[in-house]
Design a protein around this ligand. Structure first.
Ligand code: 5GP
Length: 201
């Protein structure tokens, strides 16, 4: 997605070879028009799939799941990272290890909102190690719902997330795929090319 790549080049802060900060427009302050465009783009990419629910994980996937839910005219669900006392009913849970925080936490979703009749599109802001998304895929499988695929706003293609998801048989689409970065320099893969094959500078 060209507009997204240009925005990353203009405003993204590359803190190291692995960490990109985009909190001026994606995941702290949010450009709402861009978020809605992202929702439309996921609708276009997954057209033809009978999606009934969009699923994400709190907090920074929520704006994109909502935008995608609006585009598809379906509800979105966000998995909670801490089990709230109000979540008293039966829940699906999965452990997720956060490499940025160096801790493992349980994500949970009420069983009321996901079941065998659902067709799910998972959406998140970043695909990095894939830990968060693998946890969500396992929850969808446990619920008996069908998984249409995973849509990520930014993929760091040099980390192992895509490989893990594809090994699980999951279709993955990302709107901006970074093949390589370092402070002052960023490379994106050509749209729809196999991972890390054709780069543009
Ligand atoms: P995972 O390693 O499970 O694929 O990524 C987990 C979460 O860490 C992502 O959803 C995202 O919120 C956050 N994350 C991973 N890499 C980056 C990064 O380079 N920049 C920012 N801002 N967040 C990241």
């Amino acid at each position: 997605m060209r507009a997204l790549e240009e925005r990353i080049r203009r405003e993204g802060l590359i803190l190291s070879d692995t960490v990109l900060k985009v909190d001026s427009f994606l995941n702290h302050q949010v450009d709402t028009a861009l978020a809605l465009e992202i929702g439309q783009e996921f609708k276009r990419i997954f057209a033809g799939k009978p999606i009934t629910k969009v699923l994400t994980i709190e907090a920074s996937g929520i704006q994109f799941a909502m935008a995608t839910g609006i585009a598809l005219d379906v509800p979105f669900i966000y998995a909670k990272k801490k089990k709230a006392v109000t979540l008293a009913e039966q829940v699906y849970t999965a452990p997720v290890h956060s490499f940025t925080r160096q801790e493992t936490y349980q994500v949970s979703i009420s069983q009321k909102y996901l079941g065998p009749d659902d067709n799910v599109l998972i959406v998140d802001d970043f695909l990095a190690t894939g830990a968060a998304l693998v946890g969500l895929v396992n929850i969808v499988r446990e619920s008996g719902a069908t998984l249409s695929g995973v849509g990520c706003v930014i993929e760091k293609g040099f980390q192992e997330g895509r490989g893990l998801l594809e090994e699980m048989g999951v279709e993955v689409h990302s709107l901006a795929r970074i093949t390589k970065m370092s402070p002052g320099e960023i490379h994106f893969a050509e749209a729809d090319s196999p991972a890390a094959i054709k780069e543009k500078v």
